[in-house]
Ligand binder design. Structure first.
Ligand SMILES: CC(C)(COP(=O)(O)OP(=O)(O)OC[C@H]1O[C@@H](n2cnc3c(N)ncnc32)[C@H](O)[C@@H]1OP(=O)(O)O)[C@@H](O)C(=O)NCCC(=O)NCCS
Length: 231
């Protein structure tokens, strides 16, 4: 399934890749990625990584009009993958491409657009102690919002929605969980179709925009997904 939100191309990918010779996809990976794939203790982790990374490479290659194996990726200080700036010497499209990937079980979502992007997907059936996470990691405003709700399925589902919003921001910024999740607040309510402004206190001069993308990607009721773009 694919969709476009805020000029960002979004792809939902079934990492089971049933009926597809996914092992052939290993040939699209860089040696370092193959080595990483080999380090997975369980075959399903290996398959999910290979299918996700190879699909990302194919989509980026499509955009840049080169072969997947020619895509060269680097990692930021906290591990955020980006196109190798060296690609820009030979490819005039490369400097404008931003992307991000997220996976949860056999579901992956990939965002490809411009500027810094962050995307997150979660299954709403994941077994976690939501309120313990809220109390320990969320901002005071978010915590108060959750404490005011009745315990139950509505609050549990909202937790995953809010979690993806927060993760999408820290992934857009590139900090991952090294950015304290309590240091910023995301809306708990429905977002407008144009998205909502967000601030990240660690980058006060910069504006970010938060979008809900699960519906656009037709993920169904079992999944939630959020995208953050550079405004
Ligand atoms: C980067 C981070 C935010 C990834 O979180 P995650 O939810 O485990 O993983 P996601 O599937 O959303 O994202 C992983 C992808 O993001 C990208 N990524 C890695 N580091 C990143 C960073 N610093 N910034 C942005 N993107 C990053 C990679 O493409 C990675 O894919 P890969 O593993 O195939 O290379 C990480 O800091 C983390 O450890 N999160 C913990 C998640 C957690 O505990 N969730 C509980 C939910 S209730």
């Amino acid at each position: 399934m694919r969709a476009t939100v805020a000029s960002v191309d979004l792809h939902a990918v079934d990492l089971r890749a049933e009926g597809q010779p996914w092992e052939i996809w290993v040939s699209d990976l860089a040696p370092k990625e193959r080595a990483r794939a080999d380090r997975f203790a369980f075959p399903e982790g290996r398959r999910r990584f290979i299918v996700g990374r190879a699909t990302l490479r194919r989509l980026l290659a499509d955009r840049l009009q080169i072969l997947p194996a020619e895509i060269s990726l680097i990692e930021g200080p906290q591990g955020k993958p980006a196109l190798d700036p060296a690609l820009s010497k030979h490819n005039e499209l490369a400097p404008f491409i931003g992307f991000n990937l997220s996976h949860s079980g056999d579901m992956a979502v990939i965002a490809i657009g411009s500027g810094e992007l962050g995307i997150d997907v979660e299954s709403v059936h994941r077994s976690v102690d939501a309120m313990a996470i809220v109390r320990r990691f969320f901002s005071e405003t978010e915590r108060a919002g959750f404490e005011a709700m009745e315990p139950g399925v509505v609050r549990d589902r909202l937790f995953f929605r809010v979690w993806t919003r927060k993760e999408a921001l820290v992934k857009a910024v590139g900090r991952g969980l090294s950015c304290p999740l309590s240091s910023f607040t995301v809306p708990l309510g429905d977002l407008s179709t144009e998205g909502e402004w967000l601030n990240c206190p660690e980058q006060p001069g910069r504006k970010w925009r938060l979008h809900e993308v699960g519906n656009a990607l037709n993920l169904g009721p079992d999944w939630v997904s959020a995208l953050v773009t550079t405004a």
